[in-house]
Design a protein around this ligand. Structure first.
Ligand code: SF4
Ligand code: SF4
Length: 353
């Protein structure tokens, strides 16, 4: 088996825009479990999302990173850390940041930004206005708690463009894969124009690509991005991705054909309404409908399993689509503008026994 440390040493680095930080083209996504983070540190990857995502056992991403890092001999400056806050006000953001620094047992973060900027409830205006979260980011930078303002994340390309154009950020975090052409055609060039670093989430469109995952990752590296940070749930995924990234020299015609073929099949099976499993709609539903899981069952049924399997799985969903009162609150949170109400009706008609 190839030596992972050698492969990482060979892997290309890119400059993260105006921060000047040199990051490997493969970084580590915030949902990765502790054993994956430990190995990634050991192999020499240098860019980590330390956002507080919970794992299946409820462990916080910051604790997972701290535990993994404490097992190494690495010094803090040898890794580049990014996190975000969902706060919209200056005070809340500074509170979030202090908590994150304490949990990570570090004095500073390299990048700190805003989390999941969406179109809902005037969030952009609030975060960017007087007393807003941006003010907190500037104070944190002046106090030396963060080196750069950035890694601001969002799936709505219009809001991301709005934020980028303010010129206030050093880096953005956006989804890039073959389905996110708005980001590739509009957001990445706008960020590039202002010399912002571009950190890529969802390179596999939340696991949608299963037959051509290597091509999916090379596709992302071939876009004008700084680094991609897939969440890697198993060591095998980490090692496979290190292999792809270290050998990356471009996207071949064969890759593009395989990727397009799989993307076409997915689109055909699911229409244009493809749920990316981000889960942002879930907290918006007062009826606690298990939206993400319902669409997951539908997708698995159309791609891998039988109708019987899907009907049984759907029967176990306690808050199923029948309880939807069509208030539309979930749709305001969906980064992909999906017609969730309509999709839920279809799912229920297809899957209810
Ligand atoms: S439209 Fe239905 S699923 Fe969406 S928030 Fe309202 S009740 Fe929940
Ligand atoms: S419906 Fe939209 S917001 Fe909800 S999980 Fe799917 S992609 Fe995410």
């Amino acid at each position: 088996m190839e030596n992972m440390k050698d492969l990482v040493a060979k892997m290309k680095s890119r400059v993260l825009g105006k921060t000047g930080l040199k990051v490997k083209i493969l970084g580590v996504g915030g949902i990765s479990p502790q054993n994956v983070v430990e190995k990634a540190l050991e192999y020499g990857l240098n860019f980590y999302d330390v956002h507080g995502y919970k794992d299946a056992q409820g462990a916080d991403g910051r604790d997972r990173f701290k535990n993994a890092f404490s097992k190494t001999n690495l010094k803090r400056p040898e890794v580049i850390l990014t996190a975000r806050s969902a706060a919209l006000t200056c005070g809340e953001l500074l509170g979030d940041l202090d908590k994150t620094l304490k949990m990570l047992d570090t004095e500073y973060l390299d990048l700190y930004g805003l989390y999941n900027i969406t179109q809902a409830a005037g969030r952009v205006e609030k975060a960017m206005g007087p007393g807003g979260a941006l003010e907190g980011l500037k104070k944190a930078k002046a106090a030396g708690k963060i080196r750069f303002i950035g890694g601001v994340s969002g799936h709505h390309h219009k809001e991301m463009l709005q934020l980028i154009k303010t010129g206030e950020f050093d880096a953005v975090m956006v989804p890039v894969n073959i389905f996110d052409q708005d980001v590739i055609n509009e957001v990445l060039p706008a960020a590039k124009k202002l010399d912002m670093g571009t950190i890529v989430m969802k390179p596999f469109a939340k696991g949608i690509f299963t037959r051509a995952p290597e091509a999916a990752l090379r596709y992302v590296f071939s876009c004008d991005i700084s680094t991609a940070i897939p969440g890697m749930l198993a060591l095998s995924e980490l090692e496979c991705n290190i292999g792809i990234a270290s050998r990356f020299s471009g996207l071949s015609v064969v890759d593009m054909t395989a990727l397009k073929q799989e993307a076409d099949e997915i689109s055909k099976a699911e229409g244009n309404n493809i749920c990316r499993q981000c889960g942002y709609c879930v907290p918006a539903c007062a009826r606690e409908i298990d939206i993400k899981n319902i669409f997951y069952i539908e997708r698995q049924a159309s791609r891998y399993y039988s109708r019987d399997w899907a009907q049984k799985a759907y029967a176990e969903v306690v808050n199923n689509a029948k309880k939807c009162i069509e208030c539309g609150e979930c749709e305001k949170e969906c980064p992909y503008g999906l017609p969730i109400r309509e999709m839920l009706k279809k799912a229920h008609a297809d899957l209810a026994i």
